[in-house]
Design a protein around this ligand. Structure first.
Ligand code: FMN
Length: 386
């Protein structure tokens, strides 16, 4: 259920609604009277394909006692944007309109995305209201900092839509099958410097690792994502460590796995680094240039501990034989093998076609699917391993 209140940021709630609907959520929108001064209910009705609730005393409602029916039906109540007014009302238990009544009646998790002028937000009254609601288990996402509609710059603007979306998924995942599990995920390629301007890297986009991190988070896990340089959005609600070289990643993974239940190593880590990094930019003078490479540590093989180790093998030939060797050599519980030479599989894209290999010789060939779907299957198998 999405509660929309009378903030200038209401227009962003339309984008959020559209994304939720596209992702398959059934969204019931409740608008306060003030919200309707900014945007017509028709906008949300058209986006959700469902009636929008705008009044408390509606003789034509199909539901006997609408606010109770809505409260019981909701899996999560998101209020975005949330005014200072609705936050104050929720803190004190006011129930003078449909949204506040429903919020009082529901047992679903409540997620609030505040949006207001920085003076209103920083006011000790608002801060106290937020602190009390947080203590009661209400989740707050944002607000962000930056330019505000009133013309000032400060804290109070509605946070990024995708962060709100993620906060909803986290609230829904509270009873997920990975609840209580701490999972380390690595993603992306590494960068090995040659000189101050050049590096050796690879074509990994990080999409598979990021999809795994998000999927594990959405199933209730506490996720630590360790990722090489890339352009992907840092997922909301996961612990994030940015690394550059294979050695950085080695150190970060060693530290993160001291206290974890599983590690999923989706990163494409450079096997070699330049033995001696030039302090100054190498000039174009000689007709050829040789670089001596030194071997990097093998992160997965070096990890010991009472946790599940899952590796990835991206190969361009002899896929299954190479993956099988890696599975044994590194003492893995499972390896995800994918043939990067096949269309739609491997680096950069949104899809992958993989085979899962297990130490007992079992193999599971999966069809081409989105990395998001594959991430969930990998996590299904990880929970089986527990
Ligand atoms: C142009 C305009 C923009 C407003 N923007 C906000 C806002 O971003 N956040 C906020 O808390 N109140 C804002 N208000 C004030 C609320 O609309 C007002 O407090 C209202 O009573 C909120 O009612 P509701 O919480 O039931 O939606 C704005 C008012 C106007 C006229």
């Amino acid at each position: 259920m999405l509660g929309v209140t009378g903030s200038i940021a209401v227009y962003k709630a339309a984008d959020l609604t559209s994304r939720l609907v596209k992702a398959g959520y059934i969204v019931d929108v409740v608008m306060t009277e003030a919200a309707q001064e900014f945007v017509q209910p028709l906008t949300f009705q058209a986006l959700t394909h469902r009636p929008v609730v705008t009044e408390m005393f509606n003789l034509h409602s199909e539901m006997a006692v609408e606010h109770i029916a809505l409260a019981e039906r909701a899996d999560v109540l998101l209020i975005a944007p949330a005014t200072a007014n609705i936050i104050a009302k929720l803190r004190y238990g006011f129930a003078d309109d449909m949204l506040s009544c429903t919020a009082l009646a529901t047992r679903a998790p409540i997620v609030i995305a505040p949006a207001m002028n920085n003076g209103m937000y920083e006011n000790p009254v608002t801060q106290e209201n937020i602190a009390v609601l947080k203590e009661r288990g209400v989740t707050f996402v944002g607000p962000g900092e930056g330019y505000l509609a009133c013309g000032t710059v400060g804290r109070g603007r509605l946070t990024e839509i995708m962060d709100i979306f993620d906060a909803v998924k986290i609230a829904l995942g509270r009873k997920g099958d990975l609840m209580g599990k701490r999972i380390v995920v690595t993603a992306g390629g590494t960068e090995e410097p040659i000189d101050p301007v050049r590096c050796i890297t690879n074509r990994s986009s990080g999409k598979m690792g990021y999809a795994l991190a998000e999927a594990a988070r959405d199933r209730g896990a506490e996720v630590h994502l360790i990722a090489g340089p890339g352009s992907l959005r840092t997922p909301y609600g996961v612990r994030f460590t940015a690394v550059r070289t294979a050695n950085d990643m080695f150190a970060a993974v060693q530290a993160a796995t001291r206290d974890c239940h599983a590690v999923l190593m989706a990163a494409a880590v450079s096997d070699y680094r330049v033995a001696e990094v030039a302090k100054q930019k190498i000039k174009k003078s000689a007709s050829s240039l040789s670089l001596e490479l030194a071997k990097n540590p093998d992160i997965l093989a070096s990890l010991t501990g009472d946790f599940i180790k899952i590796g990835f093998a991206a190969e361009s030939q002899d896929l299954l034989a190479n993956a099988q060797m890696k599975l044994q050599a590194k003492g893995l519980h499972m390896i995800v093998a994918n043939d990067i030479s096949r269309a739609g599989s491997g680096f950069g894209g949104d899809t992958n076609e993989a085979t899962l290999l297990f130490p007992d010789g079992r193999r599971e060939a999966l069809p081409l699917m989105t990395k998001e779907r594959l991430a969930h299957i990998i996590l299904d198998r990880t929970t089986d391993l527990y």
